[in-house]
Design a protein around this ligand. Structure first.
Ligand code: RB5
Length: 146
């Protein structure tokens, strides 16, 4: 199950991503927003972050105008590692090296063609583990000290 959420700046791209997931038979939970009416991205970043951190959803996708604000919000949830990606290499490496569990996209930054490629790579790439697991564990230790 994939958690997905956006603000008004990410709404159009979220609709494209949802269609893409549905076409591929990938289950998702849409946490909103459900229109282009102005809203506040932290609410949706938190909702997706909590769904992923709790284990309710395996991975998450958050979308705002830049991907930045909503990724910052999602990253405030303990256990979330949200990565803003605007290219395919970053989408691959944030899974392989950082074990990112939330993908953040900028609806005003990239078009749907690239965004859907990034989504496919993010969802199909695994964590390399090994030395990267030690580093990711150190990120969790920062949360424990905070
Ligand atoms: C909303 O206007 C915009 O600030 C938001 O979508 C996002 O880009 C924030 O980081």
């Amino acid at each position: 199950m994939i958690a997905i959420g956006c603000d008004h700046g990410g709404y159009q791209l979220k609709q494209a991503v949802i269609r893409h997931l549905a076409d591929r038979g990938i289950d998702f939970h849409d946490f909103g927003t459900y229109s282009e009416e102005s809203c506040d991205y932290p609410e949706y970043g938190e909702a997706v972050g909590r769904a992923v951190a709790s284990g309710e959803c395996e991975l998450g996708i958050v979308i705002c105008g830049t991907g930045i604000g909503i990724s910052i919000a999602a990253n405030k949830v303990r256990g979330v590692r949200a990565a803003v990606c605007g290219d395919c290499f970053s989408a691959e490496m944030c899974r392989r090296h950082n074990n990112a569990n939330v993908l953040a996209l900028g609806g005003r930054v990239i078009g749907p063609g690239l965004a859907l490629k990034i989504v496919d790579i993010f969802l199909s790439t695994g964590f390399d583990g090994g030395r990267h697991a030690r580093r990711v564990a150190k990120i969790s230790e920062i949360e424990d000290r905070s």
